[in-house]
Design a protein around this ligand. Structure first.
Ligand code: NDP
Ligand code: PYC
Length: 329
């Protein structure tokens, strides 16, 4: 399906669930962008969970974000229970102006729902020549190494920067061994998981996605090193912003709610501030060095390839996806 057609279809679905026009458009564009670029764990696969969350009375999807600006480098936004992407959309002009004036700015969003990939939040800044780094915490489904009780979210982090002569260098990854969405997809498709992905309800290592989803938990990637990153993301996304820790997400009174209501931290900086040191050229040269050293796939390569394929052949959607989406119209 052409990208614009998918955005229009998803917008109609969100509008049908009572979302305001702008929120519906922001979420639809974001979700269609994930599907277009091969982010299938956060593409149309998520629509049933968006709908069940919207119908559960969780958060405040009608909310208008409130910007708190003291004229400095730090801009705070209270999303008031709405979506983080809408808060970012609202704060973007001020954030850009502050980066223009000061060379660097931080956006601290709290009381915000985030249910998507993070790279769509950072890539546009790199396309404008800026460096962007963002983290968001989610719901407690990750145990620390050696632990039994989930304390961290799957907590993704994403980075984007300009790269001369090529697409921006962009990566985006969960701090868990696997995104929760991919565990759900593995369970649906009957795949086992790689060793070290998670534990069952008794804290024993398991490769069974069902055991992770039903009382078990994920592990951080990379043992204690991933755990420190997951914890740092809790600190930046929740303690710094004033949002909820993943352990504080309590949707027990809202059956059907699946979208974490936490916080997001975003840092944007101008690498050419104070003089052009050839930043984008050096990033391109480093990418070449890494490829020459033997890494034939860099982060973002697959996403760019699938984006080009979607532009040529349409955004991939299975018949089951189409039936599911049409069921919400
Ligand atoms: P992946 O492990 O699939 O990919 C992580 C990054 O590594 C991507 O930039 C990817 O590039 C790159 N990459 C993957 N495989 C290779 C390889 N073999 N060689 C080089 N680079 C590679 O992502 P995750 O499963 O960790 O996360 C999936 C998505 O889930 C993310 O978009 C994340 O933001 C989202 N998420 C969202 C959460 C939320 O709370 N909103 C929580 C957790 C996850 P490429 O894109 O080109 O494949
Ligand atoms: O895939 O882990 C995940 C996730 C959590 C919240 C949104 N996506």
């Amino acid at each position: 399906m052409p990208f614009a057609e998918l955005v229009a279809l998803l917008t109609r679905i969100f509008l049908g669930q009572g979302l305001p026009e702008r929120t519906a458009q922001v979420l639809a564009t974001n979700c269609a962008t994930c599907q277009r670029d091969g982010g299938f764990s956060h593409g149309v696969f998520r629509i049933p969970a968006y709908v069940s969350t919207l119908q559960s009375g969780w958060g405040n999807p009608q909310a208008l974000p409130v910007i708190e600006d003291d004229g400095g480098t730090l801009i705070r936004v209270d999303a008031q229970g709405g979506f983080a992407q809408v808060a970012l959309d609202e704060a973007r002009p001020l954030l850009r102006a502050r980066v223009e004036a000061q060379g660097v700015a931080v956006l601290a969003i709290r009381n915000s729902q985030h249910f998507s990939a993070l790279w769509p939040d950072v890539e546009p800044f790199a396309e404008e020549g800026l460096v962007a780094l963002s983290v968001v915490n989610s719901m407690a489904v990750v145990v620390p190494p050696g632990g039994k009780t989930p304390v961290f979210g799957t907590n993704p982090m994403a980075f984007a920067c300009p790269r001369a002569g090529q697409a921006p260098y962009v990566w985006d990854q969960a701090s868990s061994a696997l995104a929760h969405g991919d565990v759900q997809i593995a369970a649906r498709e009957g795949h086992r998981l790689a060793p070290g992905t998670g534990v069952d309800a008794e804290g024993r290592p398991t490769d069974d996605p069902g055991a992770i989803l039903n009382g078990g938990a994920l592990l951080p990637f990379g043992g204690h090193k991933g755990a420190s990153i997951a914890m740092t993301i809790e600190i930046l996304s929740a303690a710094f912003t004033g949002g909820a820790f993943s352990t504080e997400v309590d949707w027990s009174q809202h059956p059907g709610a699946k979208i974490p209501l936490t916080g997001q931290f975003l840092l944007v900086a101008d690498p050419d501030r104070g003089g052009d040191l050839g930043f984008a050229q050096r990033v391109a040269a480093l990418s070449d060095t890494v490829r020459d050293a033997g890494q034939d796939r860099l982060p973002g390569d697959r996403r760019q390839r699938l984006r080009a394929e979607s532009a040529a052949k349409g955004v991939p959607l299975s018949q089951a996806d189409l039936d599911m989406l049409n069921g919400y119209l």
